[in-house]
Design a protein around this ligand. Sequence first.
Ligand SMILES: C[S@@+](CC[C@H](N)C(=O)[O-])C[C@H]1O[C@@H](n2cnc3c(N)ncnc32)[C@H](O)[C@@H]1O
Length: 293
Amino acid sequence: MRSTPSSTRSANTVSSTNAERAARSSPRTHGYTRPGRLALLDAVLLHCECTLIAQAGPAVFVDVGVGEWPWTTLETAERLRSVNPALHVVGVEVDPDRLRHAKRLGGTRVDFRLGGFELPLGAHEPARLVRAMNVLREYDEARAALAHQQLTAALVPGGLLVEGSSSRAGGVACAHLIRKRERGAEREALVFVTDFSQGFSPWLFRDRLPRDLRRRSRGGSALHAFFYAWDEAFRAARSTSLREPSALFALTALALARRTPGIVLDPQLVERGVLLWRPPGGVPSAPVPAHER
Ligand SMILES: C[S@@+](CC[C@H](N)C(=O)[O-])C[C@H]1O[C@@H](n2cnc3c(N)ncnc32)[C@H](O)[C@@H]1O
């Protein structure tokens, strides 16, 4: 659970305590990043969440797991500020050496802080958007639910957590969109994005699923049924004369939407290699089997 910083303590005091704990429980503080890696996801956020980002009033975007170099945090800060110049951006990193790099390169553009999933935010820092990309992949599957709880704790109602994984260069990515509601956090959608640099097949995304879903896409799960339907739609599309990956992607999305509720057929998304799935009952989750806990 996130500890609520008391108004008499500064966010930094709270963060160093939590950060020490986070650093001890963090399985790895290395991992790869590169410029442009999260550009596709940024474009989805700007398209789908523009109102949330641009809303007037105090607002914080928190990027958790900045990485060895802060490229993706700085890039996203710039993109989001194109619609909300007043957006306060906090980059959270558990590794003190990486934090030093980030502070050196980021200057005053981003407020980099030491911390973990218990976000080092003060009581008067309303997080509108929290992102944790390519962070949970290093953790046990069973840790994901608690991390989601911690990461959504600081969100304002209507705020959004984006958590998932991408390929090294970012050409294939998949993320949870988890929305904070008055009654709690809702697993609202899964977003799949590709730039077609690896062609297209639904199975490309399986290795990029968020940590808690990676094994759930196998035999018998709701997620497996989703991939199975997506694959059937893909094979039907391939039986036509279409070969261009983006055209196959679009035709497949249309066919999938006919049999799977919650597929968002926004042409501006589909044309850019984005499949957004908002299952009516929320993104399926299954309890972690006892032997895996
Ligand atoms: C693979 S990098 C991801 C960088 C960037 N977000 C990206 O997607 O390219 C993961 C980073 O998360 C950091 N990290 C791991 N656990 C963390 C935690 N609990 N809180 C904050 N940062 C964490 C690691 O130290 C590492 O720098």
